[in-house]
Design a protein around this ligand. Structure first.
Ligand code: LP5
Ligand code: MN
Length: 275
């Protein structure tokens, strides 16, 4: 009984039609080519999708809605305009990532978008899909989970958001530098999702056969048999057109199935899982 009650507590979002999901674009002032590629993606989504969900790490970091609403840098102003234009055409949903967990209701309202909880169950034409950014699944990365617990504390967030804008941006930049530095000494495997955590998610809820998440920058479709249940884990691609080989992509969910569309270098590939 607890389980079904827990499931009922998870936000269930009925989304008929064609859903496009993307994450880990890490929009910032330093990546003009990536921004342009993303704006072209948004224009296609407005034409071809019924709903667009941006599942976290949309921005390189987010230090408060007030910065975007009162005095955005030109690149951010432009990005917000493209997002608002998209939300004016199709329902746009935003989810927190580990970079932009401070995205608030004010900016969502300003864009005409809806801010989702950190985990949501999508009721789609292809069945139920559990969606989250994915950083919470990286449970082997104890330093990150400690950091995450601290910065998700409402009091800590309130104190941070009350700081002057410049100080918040310095702290965020410092956090970004420390994070990048910490990757040097972290084993790649602990920066991926924990297999045990993923299995527990599927075991906890018999109705969930499909997980979608981003964060790990390891786009793929994983299929696992668990207690006789065929389970699918889809990982969203990250986006990069300014440093190194181009990469991007999105997941499309519709009646005919789930598709992982990837752009890598000059290659475009799609993986399809029929329902
Ligand atoms: O983000 P990425 O891909 O580099 O790595 C992530 C994890 N790192 C993070 C940290 C973010 O990058 C920081 C983004 C800016 C946040 C803005 C607000 C900051 C303050 C808010 C207060 C309410 O998420 C990384 C994982 C990796 O994914 C893979 O999963 O390993 O985890 C870490 O790097 C955690 C580090 O091990 C320890 C924390 C470093 C940050 C310390 C911040 C100190 C603040 C500075 C004060 C002057
Ligand atoms: Mn992330």
């Amino acid at each position: 009984m607890l389980l079904s009650k827990k499931r009922r507590l998870l936000n269930k979002l009925p989304l008929p039609g064609t859903i496009w999901l993307a994450s880990d674009i890490h929009l910032g002032g330093h990546i003009p080519e990536t921004r342009q590629a993303f704006y072209e993606f948004l224009a296609r989504a407005r034409q071809e999708a019924d709903t667009l969900i941006l599942a976290g790490d949309i921005f390189d970091f987010w230090a408060g809605d007030d910065i975007a609403l009162k005095s955005p840098e030109p690149w951010l102003q432009e990005a917000l305009q493209h997002l608002a234009q998209t939300a004016a055409h199709i329902p746009l949903y935003l989810m927190h990532g580990n970079r932009d967990f401070l995205l608030g209701k004010k900016i969502a309202r300003h864009l005409g978008a809806t801010l989702l909880e950190d985990t949501v169950i999508l009721a789609t034409d292809a069945g139920l899909v559990r969606l989250s950014h994915g950083d919470e699944y990286c449970t082997d990365d104890l330093a990150f989970q400690r950091f995450r617990k601290i910065v998700h504390n409402p009091f800590i967030q309130a104190v941070f958001l009350a700081l002057p804008r410049k100080l918040r941006q310095s702290i965020a930049n410092c956090a970004r530098r420390k994070s990048q530095a910490s990757h040097q000494y972290k084993n790649d495997s602990i920066m991926d999702v924990s297999a045990g955590t993923i299995e527990n998610i599927f075991r906890q809820d018999r109705d969930i056969h499909t997980l979608v998440h981003g964060h790990t920058h390891k786009p793929a479709h994983h299929e696992i048999m668990l207690d006789g249940k065929r389970c699918h884990r889809w990982v969203l691609p990250d986006w990069e057109f300014d440093h190194g080989p181009n990469r991007a992509g999105y997941i499309e969910i519709k009646k005919s199935g789930t598709f992982l569309h990837r752009h890598e270098g000059t290659l475009n590939t799609s993986i399809l899982k029929n329902n």
